[in-house]
Design a protein. Sequence first.
Length: 253
Amino acid sequence: MTRTRLLLSLSLFGLAAGMAAPAAAAELGNGFTINGGATLVSDYRFRGISQTDRRFAVQGTFTLAHSSGFYATVWGSSIDNYVAAESDQEIDLVGGYRHTWGGTTVDVGVLYYYYPGAESLIAGYDSDFFEPYVSIAQTFGPVTAKVTANYAPSQSALSVGAGNEDNLYLAGDLSATIPNTTLTLSAHLGHSFGPSYLTIGKGYTDWNVGAAYAVGPLTLGVQYVDTDGTFITPVTGRNASGGGVVGSVGVAF
């Protein structure tokens, strides 16, 4: 997330473009399965804002799931040093429950954003925070529509000295698989409500459109990402919230 007294940051489960399509989960017995993936992206964007100063990032994930619907995920990415007090890593720890009724899927859980080493670099600095989430997805043939709400209650890592510094993120997503192909098209619209370290001022809107193509365990992705805000990175002066094309290559295992 982009803070360092400036602003924020993903999103949930690879919040970056073109994450690899999940591989068939390996059976562990007693209802448990595990799968994972690794992705190289040309720019790690979290809710439209670059976490890598518009440079490449390496990302990886593992998910342990149970047939009851409960799951736990670890997701990680390299980040730039302006994100969280010179830390060069973001690790997201996720615990949730997912269930599908017919074509409707409900997913609820909690994200914990962890930045290794940030507190040791700046004494007393608290970079980590948690964020409950809920999403509802509905399939209509090859098309899936999803709405998501992420709410981060007031925490010291979000503080900008403005009193009530909780943060709400609302988003809508559409995706469609082209029949008889492995090509998927997607569109996203989200809005961050602040003020907090997760917003540019009082809030901003982000959006993207993209495509992903699966070839065996590989997924090739491309997105155009943009926001209506402005966040200039402190060292290079790049606009981390400006429009840009993000490419990716992911592998699932």
